[in-house]
Structure formats: structure tokens, C-alpha cells
Ligand binder design. Sequence first.
Ligand code: AQP
Length: 331
Amino acid sequence: MKKQILSGIQPSGILTLGNYLGALRNWVKIQNDYDCKFFVADLHSITVDQDPEQLRKNIKSVIMQYLACGLDPEKNTIFIQSHVHEHAELGWILNCSTYMGELSRMTQFKDKSKKQENVKVGLFDYPVLMAADILLYDADFVPVGQDQKQHLEIARDIAKRFNSTYKKEIFKLPEGYITENTAKIMSLQEPTKKMSKSDENKEATIFLLDDRATVLKKVKKAVTDSENVIKYSEEKPGIKNLMNIYSAVTDKTYSQIEEEFKGIGYGKFKEDVASAISDILDPIQEKYNQMLLPENDEYIKNICKKGADVAQKIAQEKLKEVYEAVGFVTK
Ligand code: AQP
């Protein structure tokens, strides 16, 4: 039996180069070796304000971006989180096994709540829903970036506590799946901050659907320093980020990159980085544009429906076990 993998991305905008290099590209690599479930985390996305019409478009668009990046619907279960209502139901049960104190320590909550005027309970509760996502399917591994490690830890803590409270091994303890060379891509405008799809400054983010001219413009405007030397150093976060990106898209090492651009200024370096990014994005965009054709509407709907049916069957079983364990009665 193949090991179970589960992961998702929020439909809070067009996916970014960070989502691709940090998550999607690895999913494509592992899809043959594991039993994978990949979902669009729409329930998570409303933890901050979303425009309903835009959200509807984004959800469908993220599914198409998954496919355009190479996720094979025949090999993976691809679904939309809200189509499997057991995620929200288990989230509630797990809320009753989670302490306020442990949620208060989550750095993502601290960071994201700073940007909100009125912080939603859902944002605080985000890690519990994420725990429900993972624990519903007995996931063995969850591919996580550095930024999500803390959330995986809390999912494990919640699972352990639940199993021990109800004296039954109901939940499997998930492990992080850390792939080597998983790049953390930083904002082009503030290179000490993660590149994010919801960044208000659109110049800071490369989106998977940006055309060549837009990518070039954004990379050219990327914040660097005045040294004009291509060197991998913590003191040069802008250049370090561009080197990370260039390395991730070309598979060149940092020393190879330093050698390649020895004596060459930032202008030419940025042009080459932009061009290498677009070489990766071009085929993705070509597939995405094909998927936009109206005749593919049914195909995409069917993938989501089939995926949700498969996922729900498993989720229902797990939730039944949970309801029994906590003492609920059957209808
Ligand atoms: N900049 C990044 N570098 C590397 N990996 C990244 N990921 C996100 N940004 C980067 C990885 O993408 C997966 C899913 O991300 P998500 O969209 O569900 O949530 P997020 O991490 O909050 O991503 P964003 O783009 O920053 O979304 P918003 O702007 O809506 O908050 C994760 O595996 C993550 O590691």
C-alpha cells in the first residue's frame, strides 16, 4: 500500500512562483510514489475577507492551475475542501480538544492578524481546521514549507491528545514531508518577507499567469543593494532571493551562479533570472489557456466531483469513528 499524502493551497488569488517552487512542483514529483490528495482550501481562504464572486473564480482557477502545473487527476484525488463538509465538522470537534494558549503561539496568526483591523475567530482557529484536513485521511506525510511546520506540530499535538482522551488510536500522527531544495521564495519588494499571493503590492509577487513582459518588469524592479556583485549572502537578501529563484528554476548551484555572473552587473542578471522564470511559466500558461476553453468546463467539474466523492467516503468513515468515540448517538 502506498503511503498517504495530503496538501492544499488557499484560493486567495492567482498562485505565485512561491506556491509553485515551494509546493506544487514537489507535488508533481511525488504523485507517482504516494497516494496523494490535493485540495483547494476554500474554507481556509475565508479566514480573511474575500469577494464572493472573485473567490468563486479563484477556486476554479486554482484547480486549473493544479492541472496546468502537471497534477494528474488519474493519479491523485483532487477536490475542493468545502465539497467535503466533514472537514468543517471535524474542525469543530477538534476545537473542543485544543487550548487557546497553544493557538495563541502560532506565528502565522500573529503575522496575519497584524494586517487585519478586525481579526476573525476563523483566523485564530485556522490551525485546527488544518488539523482536521490532515487527520480525516490518516495522512502519513504532509508536505510543508518552513512556514507551516508549526501548524503540523499542533496537528500532531491535537491528535495525540484526542487519542489519549478517548483511549483509542483514532488518528494517525502525521509527519512533515520535507523535500530537499524546497525553496522559500521571498517578496521582490521586501525580500525578508515571504512572497504571498495576497500581498497588496502586486510588484512584490510573480504570479503563475504573469506574461514574459510582466515577469521582466517585476524582476527588474526587485529590491537589491548597490554593491553590483552577485554573491550569496545573508547581508544581501534581495540578491539572495533572486539567486534562490534562479537556482530553483535552472538547478544551478549558488557557486555556479556566482561564477556565471562574475563581473556582470545586476541588470543582465535580472534579465536572465526573468527569462529563466518565464521559461518555466510558459508551458504552464499554455496548458492553463487550453483549460479555459468552454469545452473543458465539464471535464474540470467532473474531476472535482470525482475527487470529492472519493475523499468524502474516507472522511465519513473517520468522522463516524470520532462521533462514536466522543459519545454521540446515531440517528
Ligand atoms: N513564498 C513561498 N515560498 C515557498 N513556499 C510557499 N508557499 C506559499 N508561499 C510560499 C507554500 O505554498 C503552500 C500553500 O500555501 P497557501 O496558499 O495555502 O498559504 P500561504 O502559505 O499563506 O500562501 P500565500 O501565498 O502567502 O497565501 P495568502 O497570501 O493567501 O496568505 C504551502 O505549502 C506553503 O509552504
